[in-house]
Structures are given as C-alpha cells and as structure tokens.
Write a protein that binds this ligand. Sequence first.
Ligand SMILES: [Zn+2]
Length: 303
Amino acid sequence: MEKSSSSPPPDVWGAPPSTTGIQAAGVAGSSVSAPTSRSFRDVLAGSSTAKTPVISFTKSLVKGVPALLMSEEDILKLASPYQFTLVGKFSVRRPNLDAIRNFFSKLKLSGNFSIGLLDARHVSIQLTNDLDYSRVFSRRSYYILNCQMRLLKWTPFFDVKEESPIVPIWISFPNLRLHFFNTHVLHALGSIFGRPLQTDQATANRSRPSVARVLVEIDITKKHPKDIWIGSENCGYLQKVDFEKVPYFCLHCKIHGHAIQDCFVAHPHLKKNNEGVQKVYVPIGGEKKVLGTNVFLEGEVNP
Ligand SMILES: [Zn+2]
C-alpha cells in the first residue's frame, strides 16, 4: 500500500508556538474536557462555546475502497488542538493509566494534561502549552514505576508502528556575537533547523557569552548545515553550529536506537559477522518478540 504520509509538509508544526494561536485553535475547550457522551446531532448543531472547525468533505473511492477526503488545510485545522501532544512509548512493560496520570500530576505542570491509551504500548499525552510541552519533551524519556517511557512527537502523520524522527535537540552556537544573544535572533536561528522550543537559562540571562544554546525540534533524518551566515550580506560572519547528543535513527526500521548501517534487518549479514559480539542496542526483531511474550500490566483499551 502506498503511503502518501511519507512526505508530510516540512513545516507542518514549523510555526513558532504562540499563546494566541492556542486559543484560536480551541485547545482550552476541546480535548481535555467534554466528559459526557453526546450525539452527533447535538454536537454538530453546535453550542456557543464549541469551536469546531468547518470542514469540507468529499466522498469518493481511492484504491478500490470508499474514501472520505478532505483538504490538507482542513486536516491541519483538525490537528491544531493537538499541537502540544506527545506520545509516550513503553517498549517492554507499561504501568496502568492511573499510575501514569499520577506521575504527570506530580510534575506540577503549568497547564492541564490528559493521558489516554493509543494501544497497549503507546499513550497520548495531551499538554496545553508550549512551556509544559518543551519541558516534558526535552527529557526524551521518563521512568514510571521502573518502566521506561520514551517520548515521541505526535504529528498528524503519527503511526504507532513507526517512531517519529523529530526530536528535541540542543543546538549550540559557540562564540555567537554578544549582540545576537537576543530572543528574536535566537528564535530565528533555531527556526532554520526546525521548531524552536526554548533557550537555556544561561543563554536567556546572557551569563555565559561563550555559547548560546537553543532547544529545537529537528528531523534527525535530514542533513543540517554546520555553519550559517549571520548578519548582513557584507557585514556578516560564518557562525559554527553544534548539535548535541543526536540519537541514532534507523531509516529502514523507522525507529530510534540504531543507525541504518548497523541495522540487522537491513543488513542481515551483520548479524552473522557479529555473533558472539555484544551489542548495546536491542535488534528490532527482538523488540517485536518482546511484545508477544511480556505481560502488560493493563488490558487493551479501557482508560
Ligand atoms: Zn534498523
């Protein structure tokens, strides 16, 4: 089956987070509340508080099956309440949802949050502002009751069978000129690479002028420039760019943890050559087997 989702628009979440945008997107009123079940007729009739986007549908036939088609613009409208949503992935065991909710309560986030089960190994973590989002995502993983939960970015193209290659990376700009330690400049510098999330404290305070650091969500499967020109065309300079702790991502398996050149699935001969040699990461086949043999602490659906 062909996947049109393999080439999402590069700037799907590229816009800088803004509080006014969140309000317009309707996060506050939509996903976190609405506890009671309502009929479509009730919901679509609308109430004065609901901000349901108006979507145009076309019913058609695609690849021989009935299709409900909508424009990419409308899809992004529907996705906008989820712009601060992450996915928690448990590779081996998962605590029950109450334990996960409890864990997030103790983080004392600044906004509301909502945790839901996507499947036995994945939970959705809906956050409501860029501050909480950046704080949680920058950790990359948490341990909840001794179970590791890795954090993945949710996008409209998120698929539980693949991992998103978009991760928060600290980008540092060594010897950035003093006058460029400015929020606008730093945000613009970060946005060359992806969606800028935050600067570190020392950069914000300008207390460490040797290097500026910006946390940016970047697609680690893409090539990123190691130098950028800053300033005017005549009076600029070449600024070095360093990427800190970029994790491995396998383009073949679409998961984190190993590079394609070390992939046992893409290069089966590697496994033979390395028999007896201890590898740090778990080969992909192993991870899938784990799914069948391990007992999850909770059933499939009911949150
Ligand atoms: Zn692989």
